[in-house]
Design a protein around this ligand. Structure first.
Ligand code: HEC
Ligand code: HEC
Length: 281
């Protein structure tokens, strides 16, 4: 089948006109006390949206309920396991994370500024890079697999320390070229379906795509616990899945392309509260 035909099919299957259903108007309050900013004004660098919404607003009441109480949030099992790992000695240097870091609470605020440019190397780094650098260089232990349970549990535990704080990634200075690269990727049409991230998450958010209610594709709640997969999903894993759905070859988790895309997507959510770990369908 040629590309044109597939695109036509996609147009029919993907965005049925009658299915428009915007974000709901519920308030996201966690544990009855932590009032989250899950809807806010878009920053000026986000040219095509006025208001930004957390993906939580597009989920069913049942899925939403799992995120508003830590006792019900299935991601917390993995966060607890990571808290144990933080204290566990591993590697030739005979150290645990807590040998050098004064409790995981010392990372409060870090997630809100990630990804960021490493001042020494000039490279864009994401949370997984910071953790693996400590494992390999400071602990002399093996790097963790990007989307593995240990890594994403630790990314979630560190992210949780910033829950409720507004996302505020820097996009200027050293970060500017990476941000431009990520932005270009966001508007590139991928695959046989010729769909960009923007086609779905900017032009069609609020619409139904098959059985799914399309959100704005924010990453302020990552890693998220996906009920379908019964585990924590990394940001790069989600990007890969979305690109694969357009029937395109995709980039690898931990690739420089996905680091740049992560910075750009994070910046679209600047102002939304860090929700880590969120729960999704
Ligand atoms: C031997 C000491 C040591 C151990 C063990 C260690 N770290 Fe680190 N960590 C550091 C130092 C020093 C830095 C500052 C950056 C650098 O020099 O690498 C750092 C930086 C970090 C950062 C970035 C903080 C920031 O504000 O940018 C994170 C996150 C982190 N470590 C997590 C961990 C985790 C998780 C573990 C266990 C898996 C761990 N570290 C084990 C010494 C250590
Ligand atoms: C064919 C449409 C489509 C395209 C193209 C697409 N996505 Fe998605 N995406 C979805 C659907 C459907 C979901 C699940 C429902 C939702 O959360 O919006 C989703 C979910 C997401 C989420 C999770 C949001 C949350 O709150 O959990 C992120 C992040 C995301 N997409 C990013 C991207 C990025 C980045 C691109 C481009 C590389 C992209 N998507 C391309 C359809 C698409």
């Amino acid at each position: 089948m040629n590309t044109k035909a597939l695109t036509a099919i996609a147009a029919v299957l993907v965005f049925p006109v009658a299915a428009m259903a915007g974000p709901d108007e519920d308030n996201l309050v966690i544990n009855d006390e932590l009032d989250m900013t899950s809807v806010t004004e878009a920053q000026a660098h986000l040219e095509n949206l006025d208001t930004i919404y957390s993906g939580w607003h597009f989920r069913t009441d049942e899925t939403q309920a799992l995120q508003i109480d830590d006792f019900d949030n299935p991601a917390m099992i993995f966060v607890d396991q990571a808290a144990d790992l933080f204290e566990t000695v591993d590697g030739a240097a005979g150290k645990s994370c807590s040998s050098c870091h004064d409790g995981v609470e010392s990372f409060k605020g870090l997630q809100a500024s990630m990804p960021k440019v490493d001042a020494e190397t000039g490279k864009l780094v994401v949370m997984e890079d910071l953790i693996n650098a400590c494992r390999t260089e400071h602990m002399e232990a093996d790097a963790w697999k990007w989307s593995g349970g240990d890594m994403q549990g630790m990314v979630a535990l560190i992210g949780l320390q910033s829950r409720g704080m507004p996302m505020n990634v820097a996009i200027d200075g050293d970060a500017a070229p990476y941000w431009e690269q990520g932005k270009e990727m966001y508007y590139t049409r991928y695959g046989q379906l010729e769909l960009s991230c923007a086609n779905c998450h900017e032009d069609n958010w609020g619409n139904m795509i098959r059985a799914d209610h399309l959100s704005q594709g924010m990453i302020n709640g990552f890693p998220t616990y996906r009920l379908k997969q019964a585990k924590l999903i990394s940001r790069h894993n989600r990007f890969r899945g979305c690109i694969r759905d357009t029937r395109a070859e995709t980039f690898a988790e931990g690739s420089d392309e996905f680091r740049a895309l992560e910075l750009y997507v994070a910046s679209r959510g600047n102002g939304l509260s860090v929700e880590t770990p969120a729960v999704r369908q």
